[in-house]
Design a protein around this ligand. Structure first.
Ligand code: NAD
Ligand code: FE2
Length: 360
């Protein structure tokens, strides 16, 4: 049995943030990071909502900690908002979602993503870090009520952020497509998101701002797919490595994804082949199509100037060897393993790590 539900209203297009004023918010609590506080965008958004009172929490850091979410939770409880707006990438959105959840606030939760990556604006996930371990919280109450996709906020995206977040979208779509809970509806969303992001990322990276909304919508579609279908080994490992080494989440996915495709191919090969053909990567025999998929991911990674190994991303391979048991343990404990197309075992994690570790 499949059960598909997406309770998030999605408002998309140039200037979509203007819709905030029509959401009836009287007491607005806006959660963002120092970048948007310092460049004035947070204040502009707060003003655009036309609330009677507004408070801005601007201390979000990448890979937000449990402690930070607890601080914000106390501020939400004290302010008693009727609207919580998350402005930023996955980190700001996850932090705001956790604050809303832990405070028990009944405020309307509105997500305004400024990166095209996490899909957090439509997912049941919030990822918090505690003692070097990333913990995915999963609960339907974490899903925002409204997502506003405005490409005006993406005009000045730095290329490295387009690349990192872009590979997060590809990883969400690809993993959701072969995940254990995938069904016809999540397949359609995941396949379209993968093809759309795969085709538009090089142009977006090269500075073409006209395609940014396309990648932005693809990120949201991939989010809708994976929140129902689940993810897999790539994300479980990205969480364990991200907690330990603080490499950006999407960059870790770029390093891991081709190796995970090889690892899962004997079970998921047929669907990987459909995805490859849908993206125009050819291959009459499934094995050829899967090889093309892996090779094209590697080529795109190079084109987007992303590292191919953990060593190239600045992680000393010796640290990976020393931390191997901890990485394996954290990966196996991650809920994303539960929906990988093959039951994840320790040797698979070690095999992928050896492929992506690189040299000193
Ligand atoms: N909840 C989910 O469903 C989900 C899914 C995937 C990833 N995540 C989490 O999301 C986080 C990663 O999110 P992310 O990749 O969006 O990055 P991020 O939110 O960590 O932001 C990275 C940096 O980019 C800057 N930034 C954001 N938007 C910008 C813009 N428009 N222009 C210039 N700079 C900008 C931020 O200020 C920040 O310094 C990770 O913690 C990951 O675990 C959550
Ligand atoms: Fe992700």
């Amino acid at each position: 049995m499949k059960d598909f539900y997406s309770g998030t209203r999605i408002i998309a297009g140039r200037g979509a943030v203007k819709e905030l004023k029509n959401l009836g918010i009287k007491r607005l609590f806006l959660v963002t990071d120092p970048f948007f506080a310092e460049n004035g965008v947070a204040q502009q958004i707060a003003t655009a909502a036309q609330a009677q009172a507004a408070e801005i929490f601007q201390d979000v850091q990448p890979d937000p900690s449990v402690t930070l979410a607890a601080e914000g939770t106390a501020r939400v409880k004290a302010f008693e908002p009727d609207g919580i707006v998350a402005l930023g990438g996955g980190s700001a959105m996850d932090c705001a979602k956790a604050m809303a959840y832990f405070s028990g606030s009944k405020a309307k939760l509105i997500a305004i993503p400024t990166t095209s990556g996490s899909g957090s604006e439509v997912t049941d996930f919030a990822i918090l870090t505690h003692e070097q371990v990333k913990h995915p919280l999963v609960d339907a109450r974490l899903r925002p009520e409204v997502a506003i996709l405005d490409d005006e906020l993406l005009q000045k995206l730095p290329p490295s952020l387009i690349a990192d977040a872009g590979f997060d979208v590809l990883a969400h779509a690809l993993e959701a497509y072969v995940a254990k809970n995938a069904g016809a509806i999540t397949d359609a969303l995941a396949r379209d998101a993968f093809c759309s992001a795969f085709a538009a990322l090089p142009a977006s990276f090269a500075g073409n701002t006209a395609v940014r909304l396309k990648v932005h919508v693809a990120a949201t579609m991939a989010g809708m797919a994976f929140t129902q279908a689940g993810l897999g080994l790539c994300h479980a490992m990205a969480h364990s490595l991200g907690g330990m080494f603080h490499v950006p989440h999407g960059r870790l996915n770029a390093i891991l994804l081709p190796a995970v495709v090889s690892c899962n191919a004997h079970r998921a090969g047929e669907k990987y082949a459909v995805l490859a053909r849908s993206a125009g990567l050819g291959g009459s025999a499934d094995t050829v199509a899967v090889r093309n998929l892996k090779n094209c991911l590697v080529r795109l990674r190079t084109e987007l100037k992303l590292p191919g190994t953990l060593a190239q991303a600045g992680v000393d391979p010796r640290q990976v060897w020393y931390g191997m048991d901890k990485i394996v343990e954290a990966t196996l404990a991650d809920p994303c393993c539960n929906t990988n197309p093959i039951a994840v075992e320790g040797f698979m994690v070690r095999q992928v790590l050896e492929e992506v570790m690189g040299r000193v």
